[in-house]
Design a protein around this ligand. Structure first.
Ligand SMILES: [Mg+2]
Length: 174
């Protein structure tokens, strides 16, 4: 079986929706996903870079993120023909480990927790494919990198791009 490694934030888990909602509420802002095209929140509000980061240090931040549309169904289908590994870069926020682990067990109970990899640089991941929204990780990955569309990466053109989990299904299963 070929092996697919999958990133969590902005691929399986809707990281940005919660981050934006908390930030908008606390700073009385109305920043939208459209404002984030080609950018990160910290690029829009550079004077608040520490505050923007602070949310993610909360050990529970990652516990109640929404699941991205169709991710459960498609990953379940993929798991019948591929070996699935979850590769999440957790070293910037080590306090997120428990929440991420519990989130995976709650929403993806069919995955083997021995295939969860909490890592830093993903170049160490030995898989045939990596689905990730982060260009930095795809640049280093030695297999085939697949870019999952997120507002910040829309101008990137060096990788195969998927816009949704329905796209991922078409790519691997058609
Ligand atoms: Mg990500």
């Amino acid at each position: 079986m070929k092996r697919i490694a999958i990133d969590m934030d902005e691929v399986m888990a809707d990281f940005t929706k919660k981050h934006l909602a908390l930030f908008n509420a606390d700073y009385n802002e109305a920043i939208t996903l459209e404002d984030l095209q080609g950018k990160k929140l910290r690029d829009l509000r550079p004077h608040l870079v520490d505050e923007i980061r602070e949310y993610l240090k909360d050990p529970t931040y990652f516990r109640d993120l929404d699941v991205m549309k169709d991710a459960q169904e498609v990953i379940k289908e993929l798991s019948e023909s591929f070996e699935i590994y979850i590769a999440t870069a957790a070293m910037h926020f080590p306090s997120s480990f428990t929440a991420k682990y519990e989130w995976l067990q709650e929403h993806f109970p069919f995955l083997d927790d021995q295939h969860f990899v909490f890592c830093g640089d993903k170049s160490v991941i030995k898989a045939d494919y990596l689905i990730d929204d982060n260009v930095y990780q795809l640049e280093r990955f030695t297999g085939e990198g697949i870019l999952f569309t997120a507002p910040h990466n829309i101008h990137e053109d060096r990788f195969i791009r998927v816009n949704s989990w329905a796209n991922v299904r078409d790519y691997f299963l058609k």
